[in-house]
Design a protein around this ligand. Structure first.
Ligand SMILES: *Cc1c(COP(=O)(O)O)cnc(C)c1O
Length: 359
């Protein structure tokens, strides 16, 4: 038996989730967002499993260059754009499409035009207030960029939604109105929808959609669960029971002795901890799955181990597999228990966790 944790990637779930995105937004071309090593799932394997996509989006030029090694043909959109002449040149040479979200990036292209022309997107800040040109300056900046000889075709117009995860938040309609007004003037190709837009906001179904989290099987909505949207989890994080002990009433479990046995009981250790990316802030009561049934954590999460309440679980033996999240145990639920989001759990899986694939 190996006591170390592993991630199982269900390749067929990627295809299933992409098909769900297409059904939800049939008019859109799909650019799966596979930044940050495909949200921790592995860039190359995600690109391969999502081969039915129309292209891909990543955050950084370095990620786009890495992806271009395995994806020779399709559009690759770099959401953050280029920040110096070297990145600009490398992106153009690799045929990456760059987002221009700041006037400095447009100046850079004017001052240091790359030796090959490239496709561009202009990002307008319709309300997120993170990256993007202010709406009142977008038309002028768009025209300046479109006029540069290093830009081929007309740039697209892109914006990002801040609050689409809440179906009742009026901010999304305001962002759509701002973007729509701008594009009345520019008549550019559009890209608006993230996962929440694809699944919840038909008004965002224009041009190229950029679904991320839904393709990994997670609901983009507050309090939502993937299966409600017919999504299947791609990543299942597992380990094994490494020890089982009998304790007496009042015995303390783990660091800080913060949890005490209320009665004589069995407690298991499982080989997973924050050193693997399991969140240290997961409190007692957070579920794990053993032999298809839930059991709650007790005590603190440590670097290599967690401890589990085995009351009523005479079926559990040393060596049994334990699921921390994924198939049968939504990552959304673990994220909520730990005060974070599934995106962060996925990105946080560390290099000592081995990866396997099925499907
Ligand atoms: C990460 C990101 C997305 C994908 O968002 P999800 O919520 O994962 O669907 C889309 N667009 C931009 C600009 C992003 O940064």
């Amino acid at each position: 038996m190996r006591g170390d944790p592993w991630v199982c990637i269900d390749r067929s779930a990627f295809g299933h989730n992409l098909a769900a995105a297409r059904r939800a937004a049939p008019g859109c071309r799909m650019l799966p967002v596979i930044k940050a090593d495909a949200y921790g799932h592995g860039l190359e394997r995600a690109a391969q499993a999502l081969a039915a996509a129309d292209g891909f989006a990543v955050a950084r030029v370095s990620e786009g260059l890495r992806l271009r090694e395995v994806e020779r043909q399709k559009p690759i959109l770099v959401l953050g754009g280029a920040y110096d002449g070297e990145e600009l040149e490398a992106a153009a040479a690799a045929g990456l499409e760059l987002v221009f979200h700041a006037p400095e990036q447009i100046e850079l292209a004017a001052r240091r035009p790359p030796s090959r022309p490239l496709r561009a997107w202009v990002k307008t800040d319709s309300g997120m207030h993170r990256l993007g040109l202010p709406p009142e300056r977008t038309v002028a900046q768009y025209r300046r960029l479109a006029g540069l000889s290093c830009i081929h075709d007309r740039p697209g117009l892109l914006t990002h939604l801040a609050c689409a995860d809440d179906p009742d938040d009026p901010a999304t309609e305001r962002q759509l109105a701002v973007t729509g007004a701008l594009n009345g003037e520019l008549q550019a190709e559009l890209s608006i929808a993230n996962s929440a837009g694809v699944l919840g906001w038909p008004g965002t179904h224009r041009g190229w959609a950029r679904p991320g989290i839904m393709l990994y099987g997670v609901s983009p909505f507050l309090g939502g669960r993937g299966p409600e949207q017919d999504l299947r989890p791609v990543m299942t994080l597992q380990s094994r029971i490494t020890a089982i002990h009998e304790f007496q009433t009042g015995d303390a479990i783990g660091y800080g002795a913060v949890w005490r046995c209320p009665e004589p009981m069995r407690v298991a250790a499982a080989g997973i901890g924050y050193g693997d990316g399991y969140p240290r802030h997961a409190p007692a009561g957070t579920p794990v799955l053993i032999n298809g049934r839930r059991a709650p954590l007790v005590g603190r999460v440590s670097m290599d181990s967690v401890t589990v309440d085995l009351r009523g679980r005479d079926d559990v033996r040393v060596g049994d597999p334990v699921t921390l999240w994924g198939a049968g145990l939504p990552a959304e639920e673990i994220a909520e228990a730990a005060g974070t989001i599934a995106y962060e759990l996925f990105c946080g899986v560390t290099a000592r966790v081995r990866f396997e694939e099925t499907g």
